[in-house]
Design a protein around this ligand. Structure first.
Ligand code: NAD
Length: 364
């Protein structure tokens, strides 16, 4: 397959592209606007592959999307491009409406026009895989409840409402126009190359700098954590083997309260980089001493947990990492990849991008 991946410079998109290039014979066209969350350095290990191409394009730009479909003739689209941070959506929802709703609509229309131009075999084989979140389902009530593929939508934040909208558009494009779509709704991801605004990398990086470790409220919010490389494997299975028109929930069977996650991170850091070794922290006995509780996010959902039995039963996917193995790998990765972190923080990867792509554009 030649797969058009949108948002491939982001956290999950880059894990997906590394997986496709490293573990399959398929080709990838990475289409990304490179917002603050897009980082081509996360693709450094695969970007020299002949099976990898980058297109610096906004999914709201229809003319550019038409050019990309025409030029690359993909067999499948895996759509991950999105604004993805709940706090940013509360602060300023506009970009979420534009990219997640209008952008998805624009991409659907470009994909539909391209799909209609294919011959019958091409039409039957084509896939539009929309990557979404379990946050569209809202909050879970009982401690034993799980989100299934038929749980009604009840999004709480501008982010999850915009993702829910995009899911509805994708389903409507199948029902109305016959576009062969697949949808996945996944729980919280964690792992290497995660932008430091999200909980797990934020805690690791703040701890290493002796900064406060901020916990919303009491830290009682429960999330079902999935290692990002397990998500990438699941996504590839769905696009390659999933049943057209189906939705698959993807989860890690790892429900943890936020405070438990932070304690685990502190324990691992205490083991791997003892706090007393830092010049800022000679008076501390554990990174836990840095934990600070802050005012909770408005409308914060208390519990998400996924029933992933359908994808296990129908496609044979189960996560390879437990929370304990995945979180240790993650902490070790952040300890060993200070250069990636420094570039993110200094914005140097933006300069690297210009340097790298300006001269490439001039090459015949
Ligand atoms: P991310 O914020 O790390 O990356 C998003 C990527 O999309 C970035 O590379 C960004 O440059 C690109 N992008 C943003 N707007 C664009 C536009 N208008 N045109 C083209 N590219 C654009 O996000 P992520 O965490 O990798 O999430 C990827 C997808 O998975 C999202 O759709 C998100 O809703 C979904 N998801 C995320 C999680 C999670 O835990 N992170 C869980 C479930 C589902």
């Amino acid at each position: 397959m030649k797969i058009l991946v949108t948002g491939g410079a982001g956290f999950i998109g880059s894990a997906l592209i590394r997986h496709i290039i490293d573990s399959t014979a398929d080709s990838v066209v990475n289409l990304d606007k490179l917002t603050y969350a897009g980082n081509l350095e996360s693709l450094a290990e695969v970007s020299d592959s002949e099976r990898y191409t980058f297109e610096h394009v906004d999914i709201c730009d229809r003319a550019e999307l038409d050019r990309v479909f025409d030029e690359h003739q993909p067999d499948a689209v895996m759509h991950l491009a999105a604004e993805s941070h709940v706090d940013r959506s509360i602060d300023g929802p506009t970009a979420f409406i534009e990219t997640n709703i209008v952008g998805t609509y624009t991409l659907l229309e470009a994909a539909r026009q391209y799909w209609q131009s294919l011959n019958n075999n091409g039409k039957t084989a084509f896939r539009f895989h929309h990557i979404s979140t379990d946050e569209v389902y809202g909050d879970l009530e009982g401690p034993e409840d799980l989100f299934t593929e038929s749980t009604p939508y009840a999004p709480s934040s501008p982010y999850s409402a915009s993702k829910a909208s995009s899911d509805h558009l994708v389903r409507a494009w199948q029902r109305t126009y016959g576009l062969p779509v697949l949808i996945t709704n996944c729980s919280n991801n964690y792992g290497p190359y995660h932008f430091p605004e999200k909980l797990i990398p934020l805690i690791i990086l703040n701890a290493l700098e002796g900064k406060p470790l901020p916990i919303y409220g009491k830290g009682d919010q429960i999330r079902d954590w999935l290692y990002v490389e397990d998500h990438a494997r699941a996504l590839y299975k769905v696009v390659a083997e999933g049943q057209v028109g189906e939705t698959y929930n993807i989860g890690g069977h790892n429900e943890k309260r936020n405070i438990e996650v932070v304690h685990t991170l502190c324990d691992l850091l205490d083991e791997l980089r003892p706090v007393g070794a830092n010049s800022f922290a000679q008076h501390l006995t554990s990174y836990k001493d840095l934990i600070t509780h802050v005012q909770d996010r408005p409308g914060h959902d208390l519990r998400y947990a996924i029933d992933a039995s359908k994808i296990q039963r129908d496609l044979g996917w189960t996560p390879e990492e437990t929370f304990e193995t995945g979180i240790r790998k993650t902490v070790e990765w952040y300890l060993n990849n200070t250069e990636w972190i420094e570039h993110i923080k200094s914005g140097a990867y933006q300069q690297w991008l210009e340097k790298n792509y300006n001269h490439r554009a001039a090459t015949p």
